[in-house]
Design a protein around this ligand. Structure first.
Ligand code: NOJ
Length: 534
């Protein structure tokens, strides 16, 4: 196996507005993240991925970028970003930043110019402006956030936005767009970042002529057939040119694709040797907690990525989906992100989430963790409408309208909100539940039974023991999965509803929950994972 750092890296997603607020304005910021880097080093992750912190009107929490080379004052300055990267490197952590190339903000200078110059201006060609069909939009594409993907401007033309109206899509057929993004990559690489997470990597190229979809009224992200705007073959040339830039820099700078494609083989195309390094495995994220389904998806993921020589990635939570403490308890059919989250039994939800996390961390490849999962945070399901900020929520019919529940700021310490997220008494952009005092870092630190301790132990063991990239399934009783990684390591998971008795295969290293039975015959309760040295 190659020893490239990213092939087995654990990468922790920081959602800047909800991680740590140094200046007390209620929104997390770069100085806040900087101050908490030692926590991430101690947790044992290899790298940090930061969601966008660039200049932005925040119509979609920073995924609407007005200037790709400026840090939004909400989060700090470019010097703060530089300092964060320097500090992280000193602590042995790498830093990946988010790149948003599919669309800009409607406050981006290019879009403002396009509006000013009017129909027919070459400056409109950097976006997709079209005349409508009478009073109707130029085609029938829906926006992912609900409503049509077109908005009309005062001079009568329409522009395309696959997301919110404040997020106009770039026209990637225009050479200036490609040139601009190559220089943006270099700007951040020169500043020292170790890589990029590519937002909507599957969306940049649209089919010529922007043809109608026909009958479809909503995008189905994992379930698209051939689409006029997603996963077009043309995107791969862009990523080949980016790979050449990444390879010019020392230290193995990487890119990870947020690419929703119809099959794992299509996802693997993004990580061919001359393209990006990793792609998120949303198919795994959407797999129900059931042994046959899990095993089949794990095998299919490994097979698809090994075809192109790329590491598989594994994720259970991120800032767009219901936290896996809740999501794995729900019926996912037809709802990849588990977006209509409801209350679940918090004890059962956490038990299952911890079991799932230990399984994920035992798999070969690279693991992506989302901030707060190491604390076992639940999805917040009862945010009142007036505090919600997800643009899709306010566009009502959107399919991703409930993302605020996984974005509630982290509890660090203390017994009252903001629980150390910001200075005492400071506001918090989304309200934290009263129950979160017991889930804070301070409350869990040093407690042998806490989720935080389990993650710290798991990451330390993974670093030490889980080096090979092979996985071997062992025969398992009904409801269970048993897998070996290289010589000496076994992971057993009970996904069934009943406890299972088994002879310990070796020395117990770590368990996601309490184990019953005797030393000669243990009893593995439902929703429990155990790591063994064999
Ligand atoms: C995917 C991001 O993860 C999500 O948060 C965002 O709303 C869309 N892309 C649009 O940029």
């Amino acid at each position: 196996m190659s020893d490239s750092w990213w092939r087995s890296a654990v990468i922790y997603q920081v959602y800047p507005r909800s991680f740590a607020d140094a200046n007390g304005d209620g929104v997390g910021d770069l100085p806040g993240i900087r101050s908490r880097l030692p926590y991430l080093r101690d947790l044992g992750v290899d790298a940090v991925w930061l969601s966008p912190f660039y200049l932005s009107p925040q119509a979609d929490a920073g995924y609407d970028v007005a200037d790709y080379r400026v840090v939004d004052p909400l989060f700090g300055t470019v010097d703060d970003a530089r300092g964060l990267v320097t500090d992280a490197h000193e602590l042995g952590l790498r830093v990946i930043v988010d790149l948003v190339p599919n669309h800009s903000s409607d406050q981006h200078e290019w879009f403002k110019q396009a509006l000013r110059e009017g129909p027919g201006s070459p400056l409109r060609e950097r976006y997709h402006f079209r005349d409508g069909r009478g009073d109707l939009p130029p085609n029938d594409w829906p926006s992912i956030f609900g409503g049509p993907a077109w908005t009309r401007v005062p001079d009568g033309q329409w522009y395309l936005h696959l997301f919110a109206p404040e997020q106009p899509d770039f026209n990637w057929d225009h050479p200036a767009v490609a040139d601009e993004f190559r220089t943006i990559l270099r700007f951040w690489l020169d500043l020292g970042v170790d890589g990029f997470r590519i937002d909507v990597a599957h969306g940049l190229v649209k089919e010529a002529g922007l043809p109608d979809l026909g009958h479809q009224t909503e995008w189905h992200l994992l379930d698209v057939g051939e689409s006029p705007c997603f996963d077009r073959d043309g995107v791969h040339e862009i990523y080949r040119s980016w790979r050449r830039i990444l390879d010019e820099y020392p230290g193995e700078r990487i890119a990870v694709a947020e690419a929703w494609a119809p099959t794992l083989d299509r996802v693997a195309d993004y990580v061919r040797p001359d393209e990006l390094h990793q792609a998120f495995n949303f198919s795994y994220l959407a797999t129900p907690w059931e042994p046959a389904a899990q095993r089949a998806m794990i095998d299919a993921s490994l097979a698809a990525m090994s075809r192109v020589g790329a590491p598989t990635t594994w994720t259970l939570s991120n800032h767009d989906v219901v936290r896996h403490t809740n999501r794995l308890m729900q019926d996912l059919s037809g709802d990849v992100a588990g977006r209509r989250s409801t209350e679940v039994d918090p004890v059962a939800g956490l038990r299952r989430a911890r079991a799932a996390s230990l399984l994920l961390l035992a798999l070969p490849g690279s693991a992506y963790l989302y901030q707060g999962e190491e604390l076992g945070l639940p999805e917040v399901v009862d945010l009142p409408p007036e505090v919600r900020q997800d643009p899709a929520f306010h566009r009502a019919t959107g399919q991703d309208g409930y993302r605020d529940g996984c974005r509630v700021p982290l509890p660090w310490s203390g017994s009252t909100a903001p629980y150390g997220f910001g200075p005492d008494g400071a506001p918090c952009w989304l309200p934290q539940p009263d129950s979160w005092a017991a889930l804070s870092v301070e409350a869990q630190d040093g407690d042998p039974g806490s989720t935080l301790t389990m993650y710290r132990d798991a990451l330390a063991l993974r670093r030490k023991l889980l080096t090979g990239d092979t996985l071997t399934w062992r025969d398992a009783p009904a409801g269970m999965l048993i897998l070996d990684r290289g010589p000496g390591f076994r992971c057993t998971v009970n996904m069934g509803a009943a406890p299972v008795r088994l002879t310990p295969p070796g020395e117990l290293l770590l368990a996601s929950g309490e184990i019953g039975g005797t030393p000669d015959e243990i009893e593995l309760p439902p929703d429990t994972t155990v790591w063994w040295q064999i």
